[in-house]
Write a new protein. Structure first.
Length: 245
């Protein structure tokens, strides 16, 4: 899709993030919360929740942690969580959106604002950059040990109702209309594909190359946002120079 690869951006920071086991559990906890909140908290009736629970098992996440995340979504945990989106500009004026899940709006807003300021960016008003992004269903099928070539994968994805596909070294990225995500996910699983990711995300209409003299600041902004306990997703329109990836 216009050369954009969410997978490429994720993989560029994956090693550093994976070294922090607690951050992996944190991300899975938020995915569990959101899946349970959006659908039935019973995984038997919620395919998205089942997918995230499988990720939790693969990451050896304790069952108590999994249940706590689901309890938060149903209110059983007592705490009330709010989903908030922040919009801003990173170094070089590049659009960045931040999705947060928090039980303290003031704390989260201050931390997000500080991250932008420290990195030479600025937090904007609601609507300041969201028009530059499109909401899409996003599915990842890992290519490792997958006995399927690019043409077959593309045909299967289109037959399932997908709109587009990117091919990366390690994965196939499949994009859908938001309303079709569940049906495409189910159709691909019925064909025998194991999905690494199936979620709604925000894809930039166009990407902007990060100026080389701003690349370090831009990377610092993304890293600081992603390391924040309240941040669930960071959507960016920046394309880092290869030397910085």
């Amino acid at each position: 899709m216009s050369g954009h690869s969410k997978w490429h951006n994720i993989q560029g920071r994956k090693n550093a993030q994976d070294a922090k086991r607690g951050k992996i559990f944190q991300k899975i906890s938020r995915d569990l919360y959101q899946a349970a909140k959006a659908g039935d908290p019973d995984p038997a009736n919620n395919p998205q929740l089942r997918l995230v629970m499988e990720k939790a098992r693969s990451a050896n996440m304790p069952k108590d942690n999994v249940q706590r995340a689901i309890d938060k979504a149903t209110g059983a945990g007592g705490a009330k969580f709010d989903e908030i989106t922040y919009e801003g500009y990173g170094p070089g004026g590049i659009a960045v959106m931040v999705s947060a899940l928090t039980d303290n709006k003031n704390r989260t807003a201050a931390a997000v604002r500080s991250a932008f300021t420290h990195s030479g960016g600025s937090l904007g008003a609601t609507g300041s950059v969201s028009y530059m992004f499109n909401r899409r269903g996003y599915i990842v099928v890992l290519r490792e040990d997958l006995d399927t070539d690019e043409d077959t994968m593309l045909m299967d994805a289109l037959d399932a109702g997908a709109e587009d596909m990117n091919t990366e070294d390690g994965a196939f990225e499949i994009f859908t209309d938001p309303s079709d995500l569940a049906s495409v996910r189910d159709a691909l699983q019925d064909k025998g594909y194991e999905l690494d990711t199936a979620e709604l995300t925000m894809i930039p209409e166009n990407t902007t190359k990060v100026p080389e003299d701003k690349a370090s600041q831009y990377q610092h902004l993304i890293d600081e946002l992603e390391s924040n306990d309240d941040v669930s997703d960071v959507y960016e329109a920046g394309e880092l120079p290869e030397s910085e990836e």
